[in-house]
Design a protein around this ligand. Structure first.
Ligand code: ZN
Length: 276
């Protein structure tokens, strides 16, 4: 990883893969080693591998995945039909990729290499075979998001999350394909990401199912059961002269009363689940 400045506009770096000296123009960041063809990313004086993951999804297929996610259980009912999808953008988003090796095995840590509002990016799963060397001139440069989080910051983050940097066996910059969808629902705008190699949907702010009706129902259930118990005890004491018999009668009534009271509550829960 050594490097030296050759002139104002050129410098020489050591290829991470083959160790050859590679001459780099000052404004170059995405480099291909002329000796072994490895794709490299140059961040000041740090050279790391530069990978890209290919997209397996066309825009309409990605939208299909988004619609299925919208039809799921955590989003508001019928979001797949009611949401208006405004547009989508396709891009390759950069993440810092660290592979660590210790007694417990290999682990992979990801950190966004550009600013993003979607924190789920850290939870991405990257299948090992999916990493391809980034080939210059193969991809539309406009779709490649340039990293603005430096390698040093990513290392600091890694250290802060409890990783011993001596255990890092591989570090790389990885460009991951995404469709970013913009949609409107209920007068608000939302975005969702579809990772275009696996089709996985990522979103942290979306029209969620409201929990309020369920909370109200829960409170109502407690009140209903308490009132039912009171009625049973009152009846027990009205119908019996001895308090021992009164308590027994109350317990007996409770078995049936609880059953009766739970019927409308279950019906209400079912109706709420259908509607919200
Ligand atoms: Zn090389």
């Amino acid at each position: 990883m050594a490097s030296s400045l050759r002139s104002e506009f050129e410098m020489q770096i050591k290829c991470t893969q083959c160790g050859a000296d590679v001459t780099v123009q000052q404004d170059e960041t995405f480099i291909e080693c002329p000796f072994c063809a490895s794709a490299l990313f140059l961040d000041k004086r740090k050279v790391v591998f530069h990978y890209l993951i290919n997209s397996n999804f066309k825009p309409n297929e990605a939208e299909g995945n988004l619609k299925r996610w919208m039809a799921g259980n955590h989003t508001v009912k019928d979001l797949d039909q009611k949401a208006q999808i405004i547009k989508n953008e396709f891009y390759y988003f950069p993440v810092w990729y660290f592979k660590t090796k210790d007694a417990s095995g290999d682990k992979i840590f990801l950190q966004p290499a550009a600013s993003t509002s979607v924190s789920e990016i850290k939870k991405l799963q990257i299948p090992a075979g999916a990493l391809k060397f980034y080939e210059k001139n193969t991809y539309n440069e406009d779709q490649i998001v340039k990293p603005d989080v430096l390698y040093d910051s990513a290392q600091t983050w890694l250290q802060n999350s409890g990783v011993d940097l001596n255990n890092v066996s591989e570090a790389a910059l990885v460009h991951i394909p995404f469709y970013q969808f913009y949609y409107n629902f209920g007068g608000q705008s939302y975005t969702a990401l579809v990772e275009a190699s696996s089709g996985q949907v990522y979103s942290n702010i979306y029209p969620a199912k409201s929990e309020a009706p369920f909370r109200i129902l829960f409170a109502l259930s407690i009140v209903a059961f308490v009132l039912t118990s009171i009625v049973c005890y009152v009846l027990g004491f009205v119908l019996n002269s001895s308090s021992e018999e009164a308590l027994l009668t109350a317990e007996f009534f409770k078995i049936f009363a609880y059953g009766l009271v739970s019927v409308p509550l279950i019906v209400m829960a079912y109706v709420i689940a259908k509607k919200v």
